[in-house]
Design a binder for this molecule. Structure first.
Ligand code: ADP
Ligand code: MG
Ligand code: MG
Length: 247
């Protein structure tokens, strides 16, 4: 599904990704772990198409197409979802307005007809219920005044609504208490753990991986993958630290 080959990327002329190679097949969950500043979020932004992240070498294909040639909205329409480490607040725009716009823009990109307000609200409420999110949160401005955990939960509602094929989730577990962690983990499994989908799960901690069991764990250090293994690698990292395991 996703093939990253010798990817180099820089921000403001500063090299961040330095030859990253990774293949993700349908049906797989890959966890990316690694020290602060290693380039994990940068990888997510490059895959999502955020401006300011310049690819200087290498390639990324998604379902055989050149992902790097696609505009961010084309990537979304193709089924790529990026969950942010720091979800943005959008004052003045309600969550339902935002989510409906996002979904209908993607449907348009796939030549599907837009959902009406009523159809959309039904879908949004059902997804909110599945994540134990209060319906009132749907009416509030996007993420404004949401706690860290509520933002992450809201992001999972968004993911449930757009139903992506490939999700990059950047520290979706940060700031979650134990109950929220389980709810978010269940959400990821329910929405994404399917033979035709795949997930790149960026996390610092083993605990999320107790809920969302990865097929592969990779260490990203200094802009490249320095070690790969199975789920046991996450336990090894937790016990010994990045320095000892994959400097
Ligand atoms: P991680 O998510 O692994 O903690 P990031 O991808 O966020 O790491 O950052 C990788 C490196 O890129 C860090 O050294 C960080 O300071 C730098 N960096 C990130 N964003 C910017 C930016 N907008 N301008 C300059 N440097 C940046
Ligand atoms: Mg970080
Ligand atoms: Mg980060």
């Amino acid at each position: 599904m996703l093939k990253i080959d010798n990817l180099h990327a820089e921000i403001d002329g500063k090299p961040i990704l330095k030859g990253l190679t990774l293949t993700v097949n349908a049906g797989e969950v890959h966890a990316i772990m690694g020290p602060n500043g290693a380039g994990k979020s940068t990888l997510g932004y490059v895959l999502g198409g955020r401006p300011g992240y310049d690819v200087t070498e290498g390639s990324v294909t998604f379902d055989g197409a050149d992902l790097l040639e696609m505009e961010p909205h084309e990537r979304a329409a193709a089924g790529v979802f990026l969950g942010f480490q720091y979800p943005v607040e959008i004052p003045g725009v309600s969550n339902v307005q935002f989510l409906r716009e996002a979904l209908n823009a993607q449907r348009k990109g796939r030549d599907e007809k837009p959902l009406s307000g009523g159809e959309f609200l039904k879908l949004a409420r059902a997804q909110a219920d599945l994540l134990s999110m209060d319906h009132d949160m749907l009416k509030r401005p996007v993420n404004v005044g949401f706690s860290g955990g509520e933002k992450k939960r809201n992001e999972m509602v968004q993911m449930g609504i757009v139903d992506p094929k490939f999700a990059i989730l950047d520290e979706t577990d940060s700031g979650l208490d134990i109950d929220a962690l389980r709810i978010v983990g269940d959400g990821i499994n329910r929405i994404m753990r399917r033979p035709d989908k795949a997930v790149l799960l960026i996390t610092h901690y083993q605990r999320l991986l107790d809920y969302v069991k990865p097929d592969f764990v990779h260490v990203l250090a200094d802009g490249r993958i320095t070690r790969s293994g199975g789920a046991e690698l996450a336990h090894e990292l937790e016990a010994q630290g990045y320095g000892a395991v994959a400097a």
